[in-house]
Design a protein around this ligand. Structure first.
Ligand code: SF4
Length: 409
């Protein structure tokens, strides 16, 4: 079952709060997950289908490009039917920011690197102020204002922050302060330092992301390194994984990261599995995949463990709500570390599902209380037997060497 949130020890940096539609960003609100549609925004039905898929995968806010008049017109139809707030992504043309606001979007993202005329920026900020809409100042290392890049000798952390501060000053000239800021780079180290610097400079909510991170798995690793490092330091109010992949993968990755850091409550399955080793009595990778597939459609918010052996499995995964550990052709089903049932090896996944459904209906204590008589003793006997036969030799090296010799001879 869901435990109280256990977060990293760092104290979340205090930021002012703003509202993107009905979703709060910053302050003491939960860190939110964003993604961006990849459809043409003028394709209203296609874009809405993607927005619904993203919402189902756990995003809080979706961004759509507003790159031409047809896109702005599309937004006018998309916004009222969207289940989550919509942010219009604006580059180059300030008029499209005005058009997007007219279309009813909940927020804008402006790129200070390619909308540079002060009067245009101030006009958009004034209009946003009048409408009560927030703006994200979205600095991107790849499209940094050339004069700032020249002044700082490239897209350094200081250059990215300077670009954001210049935009913020222009906003300030028209009394507009309702903004969040991003300073993204595809270089993870630059991105981390830029956000650290920015967080010391302003108290606006920060939108974290590693831009152009690329396809998974490298894109996932880079994004997690950058976003995760900052969140663990208490920096960041909203996040986006920028993957070269279906945006639903971005949503899932963001959700998983926040749940792993204890920044959002777990809402689905958390499958943990041992990496397997020489003690494994089954093919752990295969069983874990089967369990994942079986659980995925059921939306059961439990932490489930698949462990390769009964020697260490139940002990190592005692914090899990539920788990299975293999031993001598049997699966030892355990709940919060208590062995409650022993099942044939080929019924391990089915037994996990059945127990999970019982936990959801009756509660963990009830399932522990109804443990099969003798299950714990049987598991302990197998554990002791395996331990005795394998000893401290986790890779069972002696018997492997013996078998190798038989093969080679
Ligand atoms: S000792 Fe057992 S539970 Fe631990 S990694 Fe090896 S097989 Fe898995």
């Amino acid at each position: 079952m869901n435990e109280p949130l256990r977060t990293t020890r760092s104290i979340r940096r205090v930021t002012r709060q703003l509202m993107v539609g009905k979703v709060p960003v910053g302050g003491d609100s939960p860190v939110t997950i964003q993604s961006m549609t990849t459809t043409k925004t003028s394709d209203v039905e296609g874009t809405l289908a993607q927005i619904y898929a993203l919402a189902a995968a756990g995003v809080d806010i979706v961004r759509c490009t507003c790159n031409d008049e047809a896109a702005a017109e599309g937004l006018a139809h998309i916004v009222p039917r969207s289940p989550v707030p919509i942010v219009a992504d604006i580059h180059f043309q300030y008029r499209l920011a005005l058009a997007a606001m007219e279309a009813g979007v909940h927020a804008l993202r402006l790129n200070p690197g390619n909308i540079r005329k002060a009067e245009h920026i101030k006009l958009v900020a004034s209009e946003a102020k009048d409408r009560g809409l927030p703006i994200r100042i979205g600095v991107n290392a790849g499209s940094l204002d050339p004069d700032i890049a020249e002044r700082f000798g490239g897209s350094t952390p200081e250059a990215l922050v300077a670009s954001a501060m210049r935009e913020l000053e222009l906003f300030g000239e028209v009394g507009f302060e309702d903004c969040k800021i991003s300073v993204k780079s595809s270089n993870v180290a630059v991105m981390i330092d830029a956000y650290r610097l920015l967080s010391e400079t302003v108290d606006h909510p920060l939108h974290l992301g590693v831009t152009e991170a690329g396809p998974p798995p490298a894109g996932l690793v880079k994004s997690t390194a950058g976003i995760g490092t900052l969140l663990a330091e208490g920096i960041g109010d909203t996040i986006r994984y920028s993957l070269t992949a279906d945006p639903v993968e971005e949503a899932r990755a963001g959700r998983t990261l926040l749940e792993a850091l204890g920044l959002r409550e777990r809402r689905g399955l958390d499958l943990i599995a041992c990496p397997s080793c020489g003690r494994a009595e089954v093919d752990v990778i295969k069983i874990a995949k089967e369990a994942m597939a079986a659980f995925e459609s059921r939306n059961i918010p439990l932490q489930v463990a698949v462990m390769g052996c009964v020697v260490n499995g139940p002990g190592e995964a005692r914090e899990a709500d539920l788990g299975i550990a293999a031993g001598k052709g049997r699966g030892h089903l355990f709940v919060k570390g208590h062995v409650v049932r022993v099942v044939p090896e080929d019924e391990m996944v089915a037994a996990l599902i059945e127990a999970a459904e019982r936990i959801m209906e009756e509660g963990i204590e009830a399932v522990i209380a109804s443990a099969e008589v003798g299950a714990a003793e049987e598991a302990e006997a197998v554990r002791v037997e395996l331990l005795g036969s394998q000893g401290d030799d986790a890779n069972n090296s002696a018997s492997r060497v013996e078998r190798i010799r038989q093969i080679v001879e």
